[in-house]
Write a new protein. Structure first.
Length: 318
């Protein structure tokens, strides 16, 4: 067995790369929603339905959470029995609590999108369903409360992806209270990159506009704080000693996953985009090729981070 094969197949492995994609998509959805809510309330002038970043979120956020759940369902040993966990809740199960969160989040998300893009939606709505306009108008009366509630749910969802892994108590690297915070900020990072990429390239939001400028200014401190949280995460493990320290050095000391972390997550996914944004002139930063390059690096970096945490975190058990 090669080192590559051994890195993805070992005796203590329970959750594989499919779960990493699920965690990435759910986090990206939550991050995009948090950013778009702030843009709508504080930055966007005029009709938010005309903003390219909000248009991107209207597609990305539902896609992220629905495709992530579908991946999870079909990855289960009995996918046809998944409906049971959606109806029968167990308050002591982290997975069951997550399902409740996903369900509420999706309902509120679709209501919020419907309020913003009502006119567009009604253009494609068949005549027998035009009564939906009245329902949307009724929800619009509570738009502020719905928006704030959705923001709270998005924060909870982003952190939940970390809580889900931290519930694995036999893995000292994963059973870490800093993990939900790390995943919250990586969700913001991936959400910002996805909004920027699709908002500017697909929905033609001007690269020199206020929304894009704000996302640019927001993304840099988020990545810097994400780096700080990673340092805190591993410092805490090392200072804890015992199996926690062993888990940290197994992950970042040497071997396949250490290279994945230092060259992929840190150098390529975090330092690379930061350096490009810092050293490249403003004129170049607004070019489509540059935006695609930097946002793609950030998205790949977040996916690599989630994959690293998932696999490296399962290498050492108590």
């Amino acid at each position: 067995m090669t080192s590559f094969e051994a890195a993805f197949n070992f005796d203590s492995l329970v959750w594989d790369w499919i779960i990493a994609i699920y965690l990435f998509l759910a986090g990206m959805s939550a991050g995009a929603v948090m950013i778009s809510i702030y843009l709508k309330r504080k930055v966007i002038e005029g009709d938010p339905a005309d903003n390219g970043i909000l248009k991107a979120t209207a597609w990305l956020a539902p896609f992220g959470i629905i495709s992530g759940l579908l991946i999870l369902v079909f990855h289960l040993t009995k996918p046809l029995s998944f409906w049971k966990i959606m109806l029968y809740y167990n308050p002591t199960s982290v997975m069951s609590m997550g399902v409740i969160l996903f369900q509420v989040y999706m309902v509120i998300l679709f209501i919020w999108i419907a309020i913003i893009f009502k006119d567009t939606i009604m253009k494609f709505m068949p005549k027998p369903l035009h009564f939906a306009a009245g329902i949307i108008d009724w929800f619009k009366k509570f738009e502020n409360g719905i928006e704030l509630f959705l923001g709270l749910l998005a924060i909870m969802l982003a952190a939940y992806t970390g809580f889900l892994l931290s519930a694995l108590k036999t893995y000292p690297m994963l059973n870490n209270p800093v993990l939900p915070i790390l995943f919250l900020f990586s969700s913001l990072s991936s959400g910002a990159a996805a909004c920027m990429l699709f908002g500017t390239q697909w929905f033609k939001e001007p690269a020199t506009g206020k929304s894009v400028a704000w996302v640019h200014s927001f993304e840099r401190p988020v990545v810097l704080f994400e780096l700080f949280v990673i340092v805190t995460f591993f410092t805490g493990l090392i200072f804890s000693g015992g199996s926690a320290e062993l888990a940290a050095w197994n992950a970042i000391g040497s071997g396949f996953w250490a290279k994945w972390f230092w060259w992929g997550v840190i150098a390529f996914g975090m330092v690379g985009p930061l350096a490009l944004n810092f050293f490249v002139g403003a004129h170049t930063r607004h070019k489509p090729v540059f935006i695609v390059l930097v946002t793609s690096m950030s998205l790949i970096g977040v996916l690599m981070l989630r994959t690293f945490v998932l696999y490296a975190g399962q290498m050492t058990i108590v």
